[in-house]
Write a protein that binds this ligand. Sequence first.
Ligand code: FES
Length: 144
Amino acid sequence: MSPISRRGFLKLASRFLTATGLAILVIPIVAYFYPPKLEEMPSEPVSAGPLDGLPAGRSKTIRFGRYPALVIHIPEGLRAYSAVCTHFACIVKWDAESGQIACPCHDGFFDPLDGQVISGPPPTPLEALKVEITDGEIFVGGIL
Ligand code: FES
């Protein structure tokens, strides 16, 4: 086996760096058009604690299978969403000051009534989850 020449090594290194650079550019673009899907949803409803522990205007982030879920108590009632942003999967938070669900990563904002995108780069609404109250306890489970 002959040793690799200097020119051959530089060609190889150049091709490697070009491929790496293309991957760095292409992967985020592809991820934008194919946002993360919720998988492995819990098969049973998950408790979010007692209703009186979540007064109007407050929120709670709970563990929902592999992903967190955001439960918010707005004047219209309780709402629950997957807390995974539909842009690049950052975790969204309730912003009581603006009355919106906010993603801190790229300033994405969602409507707390239905999870629709208000502004920012998220391509689709938040995944809405079913909320039920049983014996004064909040349960989150199942996609609406
Ligand atoms: S990850 Fe949420 S706005 Fe980008």
